[in-house]
Ligand binder design. Sequence first.
Ligand code: SF4
Length: 62
Amino acid sequence: MRIVVDRSRCEGHGLCEGAAPELLHLDDDGELVLDNEEITGPDAARAHAAVRVCPVAALRTE
Ligand code: SF4
């Protein structure tokens, strides 16, 4: 599994980072950076939490 971000929707509020700081973070410019391309094990639950918490539905898992 991996997280995919729709950058046209992302507004950089960082709620997803709060839900899954091991998997993604905002850089100094407020750009979302995905830290883990292939997500397995307990990180999968964190990935789903990050998707759910995004207020503009910019994230999905594949
Ligand atoms: S919560 Fe959604 S809008 Fe906010 S930084 Fe994450 S992906 Fe972007």
